[in-house]
Design a protein around this ligand. Structure first.
Ligand code: PRX
Length: 649
């Protein structure tokens, strides 16, 4: 992708007032960080955070890799995002909500304060939610989801949002792992003009387990009939009005956990990524200011769901900490037609639009000329995240959506990094399409080999972050050993374990970084991250299955799709194996885990020691020639049979 020759310079109209307005300014900041790392971060922490009690040390590395930032400092994230803005922004719109059916609600910072205070009181006084307690949110994209997140931070509870597309089984597992006390949900919401239901998934999860849950708080959104468990279920709408409008916030320690967010790894069950209070909110705010170059009158729209990290950092925490107007959208950008997103940009005069390459590809395919029907002149910056962006999608985004005026910020980061890590700066970075470009100031990335040797230009290697940074993951909930093993055991540099992202990357002669994709067993379908081991474990729950191997296959719209090889137990025949396995995946994980290809094979290619040769299976799924030596396989003839089956499928 970086072979694309053209380099796109920042638009001088926007660049002149940008927070970082030249590569010189970038290097000045980055060199400061290189020379005096702690001094660099101290400067920003002092400037940006409303400290309620001073911290005593910028970075404590004494128990690496369990790093601590801004030790002993006290702050509160709901204060950082709401209260401190009330003096001058009380009447500014904080959240601009647009429902699936087009209704718009503008919630000012003052109104947001009221909603959040009430919800915090509800949790604290009616349900005895205390500092440190875990609260699971299984919510649609409605303002109450934002209130719930901020209410948790206000009283020091730790939220764990479970994406609404996950199944009851997946929800139950996450509730149990976090030992959550309360679930906040809604009866349902609207999608593509129709109601869809969430509460019944919570009911099913709690039938299967989740013993720690004392109460389920239900927001009424679509008023469809739902089951009600007396004593356990509570009607938010009936309770909220009587809550006091003021709720004093907890003084949180910099390192107190702010939230958990489960994500997939290459092995085992999903990991509860634990983020901290001070470091996370500092970087969420700084990246809003640098990467999205937020100005006072901007209207910022990130199309993610709050169930993913992008929604956490760039719908709620980053925009509100930066005091901007953030758009929250319940629906999908292609309903009622492929112009919906562009109509919203026009109607709300959106200045920054942030989405995933999958969405860009779908919008391009469904309505190539659709953007031209709307006035998109308010746009200044276009962002992408979650997957590599291919040149045709990039070009269309730049030329047709951005009218060749807007910088495209291709932001590389992860659930674990909390906020952007590698990204162009819209007023500074000359952009090469498909390229995430440079680490942000303060972030030290290197492309290394497994033994810590720095790769030369054009040589692909492992994308590592060699110094701790404030918004980094702090732990895997309840499993510190796994934290060390998953992130700090693969790559060592100068005798010190460094953070390995799981991604491969390559740097060109000019230092531009291009992300190559995951090098571990994690696949990325439409920007949704899933572990092959997790999918295999779900498939194995089916009684008919003897063996299973999951790989990915390139997909025109989704980036990657799931490809499953199955060996059935002897004597089992199942003509509807594809439908059947997909049902299992939907119930074990959720709709996002549905496979495009499921093929039944007589056996898997294994070495004599019984190890599955996944590389061969990956090549077959991609319809590539097999270049590996197959003579060492236990049964080399199996490869031909698998290829035949794959071609028939
Ligand atoms: O493989 C990288 C890909 O998404 C992974 C992180 O997924 P998740 O934790 O779900 O967070 C997604 C949103 C931050 C990464 O390991 N990825 C993320 N951004 C990009 C990307 N791949 C290529 N280009 C990107 N800009």
């Amino acid at each position: 992708m970086s072979t694309e020759k053209h380099i796109y310079q920042p638009n001088p109209k926007f660049a002149k007032d940008a927070a970082i307005n030249s590569m010189d300014a970038y290097w000045k900041l980055q060199n400061k960080a290189i020379e005096d790392y702690e001094g660099f971060w101290k400067g920003f922490a002092d400037e940006k955070i409303d400290w309620l009690s001073a911290y005593n040390k910028v970075l404590d590395e004494s128990n690496a890799p369990f790093y601590k930032w801004f030790t002993e400092g006290r702050l509160n994230v709901s204060n950082q995002c709401i209260d401190r803005h009330l003096a001058d922004k009380a009447h500014k719109t904080a959240i601009l909500f647009e429902g699936d059916r087009g209704e718009v609600e503008e919630i000012t910072y003052a109104q947001l304060a009221l909603h959040v205070n009430r919800m915090a009181n509800l949790l604290r006084h009616e349900f005895n939610v205390q500092k440190g307690d875990r609260v699971v949110l299984y919510m649609p994209m409605i303002p109450e989801a934002a209130y719930a997140m901020l209410a948790c931070t206000r009283i020091g509870a730790v939220h764990s949002i479970v994406f609404g597309g996950f199944s009851s089984e997946a929800l139950k597992d996450r509730i149990e792992d976090a030992e959550a006390k309360v679930v906040i949900t809604a009866d349902g919401a609207y999608r593509k003009g129709k109601p869809y239901m969430l509460k019944q998934v919570v009911d099913a999860a709690l039938e299967q387990g989740g013993e720690s849950i004392e109460a389920v708080i239900v927001v009424k959104r679509n008023n469809e009939p739902i089951e009600w468990v007396e004593g356990r279920d509570h009607n938010y709408n009936a309770l909220i009005e009587s809550q006091h409008s003021e709720c004093p916030f907890e003084l949180m320690d910099s390192e107190d956990p702010l939230f958990l967010l489960y994500t997939s790894g290459s092995t085992g069950k999903p990991k509860g990524v634990q983020h901290s209070t001070a470091g996370y909110i500092l970087w969420a705010q700084m990246t809003m200011e640098w990467v999205f170059d937020i100005k006072d009158d901007d209207v910022f729209w990130c199309t993610a769901d709050i169930g993913w990290i992008t929604g956490h950092t760039y719908i709620i925490y980053g925009p509100l900490a930066a005091g901007t107007t953030t758009v929250m959208f319940e629906g999908v950008p292609t309903y009622p037609d492929a112009g919906r997103a562009w109509k919203m940009v026009q109607d709300h005069k959106i200045t920054q639009f942030y989405t995933a390459p999958t969405a860009i590809r779908v919008l391009h395919k469904m309505g190539e000329d659709e953007p031209k029907k709307y006035d998109l002149s308010s746009l200044k910056i276009l962002g992408t995240v979650g997957e590599p962006i291919d040149p045709p999608a990039w070009k269309w985004y730049y030329e047709t959506v951005g009218n060749s005026n807007c910088a495209i910020v291709d932001t590389w980061w992860q659930t674990e990094t909390g906020g952007h890590i590698i990204s162009p700066l819209p007023g500074a970075t000359p952009i090469k399409p498909g390229c995430a470009t440079f680490p942000l100031p303060g972030i030290m990335t290197e492309i290394l080999s497994y033994d810590g040797v720095v790769k030369k230009a054009s040589e692909p290697g492992l994308l590592c972050i060699t110094k701790p940074w404030p918004s980094m993951i702090r732990n895997i909930w309840g499993d510190p050993e796994r934290y060390v093993k998953a992130y700090f055991s693969d790559v060592e540099k100068d005798g010190k374990a460094v953070y390995f992202s799981g991604d491969g990357a390559v740097q060109d002669e000019d230092g531009y970084i291009t992300i190559v994709g995951r090098v571990d067993d994690v696949i990325n379908v439409s920007g949704h991250r899933m572990g092959t081991a997790e999918i295999e474990a779900a498939v194995k729950k089916d009684d008919h299955v003897a063996e299973v191997a999951v790989v990915s296959r390139p997909h025109e719209l989704k980036g990657e799709s799931i490809f499953i090889y199955i060996v059935l137990k002897e004597g089992h025949i199942n003509k509807n194996i594809k439908e059947h396995i997909n049902e299992v995946l939907c119930s074990e994980i959720g709709n996002i885990a549905k496979a495009d290809h499921i093929i039944e094979v007589p056996g898997l290619p294994k070495t004599r020691s019984g190890k599955i040769m996944r590389r061969i299976l990956r090549s077959i799924a991609k319809d590539e020639e097999i270049t590996q030596d197959i003579s060492t396989l236990e049964d080399p003839s199996i490869v031909e049979e698998i290829i035949k089956k794959a071609r028939e499928a």
